[in-house]
Ligand binder design. Structure first.
Ligand code: NAP
Length: 309
């Protein structure tokens, strides 16, 4: 099969489009014909060799930990899926990903693809959508009527987080830059702060939850806007333990997990028209290097999808 692989860690040039063996599903796995995958920052972080302890991988490695496609074959113990089913999911980031014509994924990491959208839009959902869902609800315990500050509200994770928080009935404040302000308002944010020209800590107070996908100084300043006893949930490293403790703030970093029931819950919201994936660019496997370079620049609106079929 055709696949993009890395044989060593490094810059975008280590990505090679080449022939690779088509995988065979183990007893608990599904072989998926990949229609589309999407680019997430973890793709280039792993490519650079920056995540070896968190995500130990073997080389050569196929990146791409989002997939939307069609079941080609199932392992002998798989009962939930059959040939021809349309599925989507976030494959295990320590195994080969979906910048390829085929991928094997454990059946217990997949959901049925939402019916109302195509594979391009579906491939934008799993990793970012699960991350937003788990950050806001499983870790952040966001409730109706609460106030949430979502950093990078225009990004892959943020565009889902804004929509999920609004669906939940929260008061939503997002940060982004000037050119994305009206876009983030359209997603449902009640207030949007331009992080380049305004200091969010001067404008926002008494927040119940901060959802941080930026880290560093943004995470540090976020402590100031939280209520005593509020929650600061980050997709990055939690770095402000002392400040959080002083203000009785619950601080947690986490790694998103692949839960089929959440994939299907998010899929139902998409099919009901309440949530929409945001795909700003569609590229090909041949353009994988460029796609990762663009992601690495840090200013993608929503998602870059790689169309395979
Ligand atoms: N722990 C986990 O399981 C997990 C899962 C998913 C992602 N992550 C991590 O979470 C981070 C975000 O992921 P993502 O996919 O959402 O990234 P992304 O899509 O690449 O984020 C890009 C967005 O960030 C905005 N942005 C950049 N700097 C900003 C700042 N200082 N303040 C506010 N917005 C800013 C940009 O808006 P402008 O163009 O307007 O600047 C752009 O729209 C990454 O570091 C990723 O590795 C972790």
């Amino acid at each position: 099969m055709k696949a993009v692989r890395i044989h060593e860690f490094g810059g975008p040039d280590v990505l090679e489009l080449e022939e690779a063996p088509t995988p065979e599903p183990a007893a608990d796995e599904v072989l998926i014909k990949v229609y589309a995958t999407s680019v997430n920052p973890v793709d280039w972080k792993i490519r650079e060799g920056a995540r070896k302890s968190k995500f130990p991988v073997d080389l050569p490695l196929i990146p791409g930990w989002d997939v939307s496609g069609v079941v080609e074959k199932v392992g002998e113990n798989v009962k939930r899926f059959k040939w021809g089913d349309e599925v989507y999911g976030r494959p295990d980031p320590t195994k080969n990903g979906a910048y390829a014509e085929y991928i094997v994924v454990k059946a217990n990491q997949l959901g049925f693809k939402p019916k109302s959208i195509d594979h391009i839009n579906a491939a934008a959902v799993p990793l970012a959508g699960l991350t937003a869902w788990q950050g806001l609800f499983d870790r952040g315990h966001l409730q109706k009527g609460q106030k949430v500050l979502i950093h990078a509200a225009s990004g892959g994770v943020g565009t889902f987080a804004v929509q999920f928080a609004k669906w939940k009935g929260a008061y939503v404040i997002g940060t982004t830059s000037a050119s994305n302000i009206s876009f983030v308002k359209q997603l449902g944010a009640d207030e949007v702060i331009d992080y380049k020209n305004e200091s969010f800590e001067d404008k926002v107070h008494d927040v119940d939850l901060v959802f941080d996908t930026i880290g560093g100084d943004t995470q540090r300043r976020s402590v100031q806007v939280l209520k005593n006893g509020g929650r600061l949930i980050t997709t990055l490293k939690p770095e402000v333990q002392a400040e959080a403790k002083e203000k009785h703030i619950y601080l947690e970093g986490y790694t998103a997990q692949s839960y089929p029931e959440q994939l299907e819950q998010i899929g139902s919201l998409i099919d009901e028209g309440r949530i929409q994936p945001v795909v700003s660019m569609v590229m090909s496997l041949e353009e994988a290097r460029r796609a990762q370079q663009i992601s690495e620049e840090g200013h993608v609106r929503g998602k870059i999808v790689i169309k395979v079929v």
